[in-house]
Design a protein around this ligand. Structure first.
Ligand code: GAP
Length: 485
């Protein structure tokens, strides 16, 4: 594929064409930065979710999982700092009093440029805007608006205020009578559901520090730069884990989780060269260390996961705002010759976006292969997904619709489908059927043919190598089980 922008576009088209990811409510022209997962996308997403959950909870005896509500008491977000600090820039036109998000205003102007045939100018403008937004450079953004003479659609003037912050949280009303209703927020991260349940879990699970609480769930952000498919969405899913530790040990646990999470990423079969750590130099006021794990997406190296040493900030804030003690009584300190003590634990967080992980896994797997021979031009698109994550593990094909072959294929389906996701098809030439399975990443296909009638063997076709081998029909389940685990 010629360049990475083309590759990214090809991946987006492939996701739509093969039932992985659709624009949300597409029949109404979609909703910006919101996406739906189709029949194969939702299976892939579920497999990644399950793999993370198992790695974090089942394989770490000191980590348990919870499922907190999306709606939380509004004071949660005051305590966490999101009400005051979770914001992006906006601007007002002094003549019309109309308020714009800065990115929307500039994007609207870029659309007009594009319609006027000035695509290169539009792209350069958007690229500059993204840089300035990332740097929080409000003066630079205002200058960009002025230099391009971007005007208000209502007043037609360029009489703008300075740029100010815009909160990224979505709000709604709780309560049936409008006057009495409280403003509540759709959570912008799942982490706070863990913090407010710290004591519930610690006490009921008799958890001893160090221990972790994991959670997977939806989060919502009214994102300002949202043009990168499922990389940046307004409704997305996070997989987060807060690890509660003794004050003073957080650096050691931060290093532990950096290493542990990188191991998890490598276990997806992605090579080390495709990842890098980005250590934060400028830290949030509550953090004493932070880094991102970045993956080499077709749009460049970008964050897929954050690892943050958040000190005791969140629990202390909730303690302050709720008036409830969120402390841990550390018996073991006595054994270490230190006095018994209550303290607010420190927290090391690992936070990974599920949708970004789906995009990462698909980007890594997507291959366009030239299979031409001197006599014939040929190619295929194949998703080389790790078998454990593939939406369908095994496709079962009778070579023809007659001679009893479908009946045998059906009996293979009956045997295998309780154990892993199978797919049955008898339409079209076998080559076409294989190619369709390649495109959705099915690692193994079984073909029942006339030789099966004679010797009870079938063809097992491997997706990546396209190699075929004969295996005994009664071994299909155990062979595929082994290959996908
Ligand atoms: N609790 C910490 C936290 O939320 P974050 O860096 O804002 O930290 C963590 O988000 C992860 O969530 C990111 O690394 C990314 O994978 C994912 N994420 C954040 N915003 C997202 C968005 N708008 N769309 C998709 N994924 C997003």
């Amino acid at each position: 594929m010629a360049n990475d922008t083309n590759r990214f576009q090809a991946i987006i088209s492939h996701c739509k064409e093969y039932g992985f990811i659709f624009p949300s409510s597409e029949i109404y022209d979609g909703l910006s930065a919101v996406y739906d997962y189709g029949q194969y996308g939702s299976e892939l997403k579920k497999n990644i979710r399950d793999y993370w959950w198992k790695s974090m909870t089942q394989l770490h005896e000191n980590i348990v999982g919870i499922d907190a509500a999306i709606f939380m008491h509004p004071t949660t977000w005051k305590a966490s700092g999101h009400v005051d600090n979770f914001s992006d820039p906006m601007i007002d036109n002094r003549d019309s009093n109309k308020r714009y998000r800065v990115d929307h205003l500039i994007e609207g102007f870029a659309d007009e440029l594009e319609k006027a045939g000035k695509k290169a100018e539009a792209d350069a403008l958007l690229a500059r805007m993204d840089q300035l937004l990332a740097a929080n450079d409000f003066d630079g953004l205002k200058q960009l608006i002025e230099e391009n003479k971007i005007s208000c659609a209502i007043s037609g003037t360029v009489n703008w205020t300075d740029i100010r912050q815009f909160n990224l949280m979505f709000s709604t009303q709780l309560g049936s009578v409008a006057e009495d209703a409280d403003t509540i927020y759709l959570r912008p991260e799942t982490a706070q559901g863990i913090f407010v349940n710290f004591l519930n879990v610690q006490k009921t699970g008799r958890m001893k520090i160090p221990f972790g609480i994991a959670q997977i769930g939806k989060a919502f952000r009214n994102e300002i730069v949202a043009r990168q498919f499922v990389f940046r969405m307004r409704e997305f899913e996070q997989m987060e884990m807060q690890f509660f530790v003794r004050p003073g040990t957080q650096k050691q646990w931060y290093e532990f989780w950096k290493e542990e999470r990188m191991k998890w990423h490598l276990s997806l079969g992605i090579s080390a060269g495709q990842y890098r750590f980005h250590d934060h130099v400028k830290l949030a006021h509550y953090a004493d260390a932070a880094c991102d794990i970045e993956y080499n997406f077709p749009i460049g190296f970008k964050e897929v996961e954050g690892i943050h040493s958040r000190t005791d900030f969140d629990l202390s804030q909730h303690q302050k705002f709720s008036g409830k003690k969120l402390q841990y009584f550390d018996n073991d300190l006595n054994e270490l010759g230190k006095p018994y003590g209550n303290y607010v634990p420190y927290v090391v967080e690992t936070s990974i976006g599920l949708d970004r992980t789906v995009l990462m896994v698909i980007s890594e797997a997507y291959c366009e292969e030239d299979l031409s021979t001197p006599d014939k031009a040929d190619s295929r698109v194949v998703l080389k997904l790790p078998p454990m994550l593939a939406p369908i593990k095994l496709a079962v094909f009778p070579l023809t619709k007659k001679d009893g072959l479908p009946e045998i294929a059906r009996s293979v389906m009956e045997e295998c489908k309780p154990h892993f996701r199978c797919f049955y098809e008898e339409k079209d030439a076998i080559g076409k059927r294989y190619r369709r399975m390649d495109a959705i990443g099915t690692p193994f296909c079984i073909t029942i043919d006339h030789q099966t009638l004679q010797d009870n063997t079938v063809t097992l076709r491997h997706r990546d190598s396209m190699q075929q081998e004969r295996i005994a029909i009664h071994t299909i389940k155990s062979i595929v089980d082994k290959l996908i685990s």
